[in-house]
Design a protein around this ligand. Structure first.
Ligand SMILES: NC(=O)c1ccc[n+]([C@@H]2O[C@H](COP(=O)([O-])OP(=O)(O)OC[C@H]3O[C@@H](n4cnc5c(N)ncnc54)[C@H](OP(=O)(O)O)[C@@H]3O)[C@@H](O)[C@H]2O)c1
Length: 299
């Protein structure tokens, strides 16, 4: 019997590329839904693979024009979506991308009789409902639960890609950290998370919280970044209230940027430790990313 056909929305992103690779490795036929198909042909900035050769068909669509998703799900068995706004985009909000964009995709999935919809939300969402992006994720989760389709919602902690930016800061010799940095997190590598995502396609579990195999304080994740670039740690801790005040001011001028920063501010004020999966370690990721940057002369 033919393996099912899966549509991966957000296939050009950090997690999306690993998910495409994992579905393809297990023999699924993969269709990608992306804004920029050309991105699929090159490696991503955080060592995520080029996936163009693993994709059977590509559909071009943008959440700012949800009509572009029409018929993306025709003849598809499973939809996996990690389509989300993680960086500021001109005039686009989390509500438009994470909630309404995914809802339009769900409607198309229902029209075409898709059997299962797998969605990536956020770990600890219930503690961060005041953050726009988290609220948008969870509004879509409610739509998904009410739709009657078979589904799984995966709630991961931070991805290694989010820690990747610490390396460039460490290279400058100095980093700022919101709060005392003593909260804990178990971040996860995209390839480890992709296995959990594809397992979800093959199981009946509906709600899956997940993090990586190692628990660190935020300070430890920064110290490891300094070590990877051969610099002595120099971290300035900023009180949380300054982060909140800066967010308030940013929000007046740039709502999209404030929305993305609000997530970072909230996460640094919480312990983020989810049930562990995977085998990959942050230290090795930093080492490999630092080596790549050195080779390519990247800053
Ligand atoms: N990063 C984390 O630590 C973390 C933790 C928990 C949950 N999550 C969630 O996991 C999901 C994936 O995260 P990620 O780090 O892999 O993000 P990412 O690398 O930024 O990838 C996001 C994907 O969504 C696509 N996208 C963004 N705006 C779009 C739009 N307007 N229309 C169509 N596609 C659009 C991106 O396309 P382009 O490539 O064209 O930009 C990309 O393919 C997000 O929903 C995020 O909130 C992330």
């Amino acid at each position: 019997m033919d393996k099912p056909e899966v549509l991966v929305a957000g296939a050009s992103g950090y997690l999306g590329r690993f998910v495409v690779s994992e579905f393809a490795r297990r023999g699924y036929t993969v269709r990608a839904l992306v804004r920029n198909p050309e991105k699929l042909a090159s490696e991503g900035p955080n060592l995520e693979p080029s996936v163009a050769s693993l994709i059977e068909a590509t559909v071009k669509g943008d959440a700012k024009d949800t009509a572009s998703f029409k018929d993306a799900c025709r003849d598809v068995d499973i939809v996996f979506s990690c389509m989300g706004l993680t960086k500021p985009q001109d005039n686009l909000t989390s509500e438009q991308v994470d909630h309404l964009g995914n809802r339009a995709l769900l409607e198309d999935a229902l029209t075409h009789g898709v059997k299962k919809f797998i969605y990536i939300s956020v770990f600890n969402a219930e503690k961060m409902m005041n953050v726009d992006v988290v609220k948008a994720h969870e509004l879509f989760v409610k739509d998904l639960q009410a739709s009657g389709i078979s589904y799984a919602v995966i709630r991961p902690t931070g991805f290694f890609s989010d820690m990747g930016m610490f390396l460039s800061m460490a290279r400058s010799g100095h980093m700022f950290m919101l709060g005392d940095g003593e909260n804990h997190v178990n971040p996860i590598h995209g390839a480890d998370l992709a296995k959990v995502c594809v397992d979800a396609a093959e199981s009946n579990e509906k709600e899956i919280s997940v993090g990586g195999p190692d628990i660190y304080t935020f300070n430890e994740t920064l110290n490891m970044a300094f070590e990877a670039v051969g610099k002595s740690p120099w971290i300035t801790h900023i009180p949380m209230w300054i982060g909140d005040a800066a967010l308030f001011v940013t929000g007046i001028f740039n709502r999209s940027l404030a929305g993305v920063l609000a997530f970072a501010v909230s996460v640094s004020g919480l312990d983020n430790v989810a049930p562990a999966a995977g085998t990959r370690h942050l230290k090795d990721f930093y080492r490999d990313l630092a080596a790549k940057a050195e080779k390519t002369g990247q800053q």
